[in-house]
Design a protein around this ligand. Structure first.
Ligand code: DQA
Length: 145
């Protein structure tokens, strides 16, 4: 089965406990289980990872670029200012879908701009965990055959 990386950035390991009114009640482990199960129904081998270390996320993006792996990326707060994450994402050799659980455009002004979006295949924001599922569907649909 083709491999897809779902990469979640800073503070997303706190899902469930973190501002549930904004990010929902699902924990990161529950989200990961759900996405792996969705991947199986789509014929994708989904690997879900989360880090609070920017350098680690950069390394995973390099790994994806070298392996021609599609990526579903929630860069979290790094979306709004990390040129390092953007430059790593720009090296992509397969689809990269940017996902946000919340609608960043309906929130504080500093969240309205993502430095990642211009180098992504597409962006999904505000649909909660379903956004990741739809991103996986997109990745599955883009595969030849
Ligand atoms: C987020 C939105 C970001 O503004 C925020 O910093 C996050 C999560 C989202 O998924 O809605 O940590 O990317």
């Amino acid at each position: 089965m083709p491999k897809v990386l779902v990469l979640n950035g800073v503070n997303l390991g706190r899902l469930g406990a973190r501002e549930p009114n904004v990010y929902g009640n699902l924990s990161h482990a529950e989200l990961a289980d759900q996405l792996v199960a969705t991947g199986l129904t789509l014929g994708l081998n989904v690997q879900v990872r989360q880090t609070d270390d920017e350098a680690e996320l950069v390394r995973w993006l390099h790994e994806a670029a070298d392996g021609e792996l599609p990526v579903v990326l929630n860069p979290a707060a790094w979306s709004h200012y990390s040129i390092a994450i953007r430059d790593a994402a720009a090296q992509r050799t397969a689809d990269l879908v940017e996902v946000h659980l919340s609608n960043i455009h309906a929130r504080e002004e500093f969240r309205h701009h993502s430095v990642i979006s211009a180098v992504a295949s597409g962006v999904i924001a505000g649909l909660g965990p379903l956004g990741y599922e739809l991103a996986l569907r997109f990745v599955a649909a883009r595969r030849p055959g």
